[in-house]
Ligand binder design. Sequence first.
Ligand SMILES: NC(=O)c1ccc[n+]([C@@H]2O[C@H](COP(=O)([O-])OP(=O)(O)OC[C@H]3O[C@@H](n4cnc5c(N)ncnc54)[C@H](OP(=O)(O)O)[C@@H]3O)[C@@H](O)[C@H]2O)c1
Length: 329
Amino acid sequence: MTYLPAENRYDSMKYNRTGRSGLKLPAISLGLWHNFGGVDTLENSRAMIYKAFDLGITHFDLANNYGPPPGSAEETFGTILKQGFKAYRDEIIVSTKAGFYMWKGPYGEWGSRKYLMASLDQSLKRMGLEYVDIFYHHRPDPDTPLEETMGALDHIVRKGKALYIGLSNYNADQTSKAIQILRQLGTPCLIHQPSYSMFNRWIEHGLLDVLDKEGAGCIVYSPLAQGMLTDKYLKGIPDSSRAAKPHGFLNEKDITEERLDKIRKLNDLAQERDQSLAQMAIAWILRDSRITSVLVGASRVAQIEDNVAALRNLDFSQEELSRIEEILK
Ligand SMILES: NC(=O)c1ccc[n+]([C@@H]2O[C@H](COP(=O)([O-])OP(=O)(O)OC[C@H]3O[C@@H](n4cnc5c(N)ncnc54)[C@H](OP(=O)(O)O)[C@@H]3O)[C@@H](O)[C@H]2O)c1
């Protein structure tokens, strides 16, 4: 069955400039960390990619280790590309990363030139691509000189294997140093990918200022706190939810009574705004103009539709913002 994308796919999405670069990213991007692995159904994964693209989501985020098993999300994405989506390669931004454990031995994780070069070659093979648009170093490496890691990223761009470079999970100080090195090498840092949500606000204390000053973009991950900032856990733990699954990093014990109390109050406020809690959580992140894109995950098509509809109401009154601060205290 040939896929024909929606004619009106660019009509309602908002596209933001990434820092001071020439690249625009959709205000909402889709991540393939969960639900695109070998353990998941290809048909559901494909339906989510196509729905996202139909709604103007042009950016798909991967990493070498996404699955499970590790590598299988890139394989799934490669299969979807090969079976029809590759016709739209020039309309999409594909990112991948290396930094976390991927294979045995001393060259299978962290930040050496050896690991980064080999990992990207493996990722390109799994996806059947000649280049990715953005290649990230996934986490800082305390043992490898920053010059070596940044040198490898610069080399990767010069070889044409990635068009842009990003950093993920670097703190403000590490980011500042890495950006200076990249600038000296002549390959600017396009973007940073940190965690951020109403429940996790560390980037407000330095990182966002560094990115703003240096002209780098910011795409935030786990904006819904892996699903906690939705109404799904208000009546217990659904069987199909991330918290109930054996793999992943969200556990039933994370859904505490204290959390639920905040979620309930936030959900009430979202309803007053005629939004789902997921939509309000996304809109709240986009209130800061330094955020380029909100990188959501999804387990089904309806969640992507729900999340993109957040763009219909991005405005907050001062009173609403104060109420949110009060709830999050
Ligand atoms: N750089 C890094 O170190 C790093 C780390 C983590 C993630 N990431 C990236 O960020 C992406 C997003 O992370 P994330 O998946 O943790 O983000 P998230 O958006 O906080 O959580 C996604 C989960 O929330 C639930 N959900 C989403 N929309 C919903 C809706 N409208 N209503 C109800 N539930 C909804 C789904 O959970 P259920 O499965 O329960 O339905 C979905 O799997 C990843 O795919 C990855 O690309 C990067």
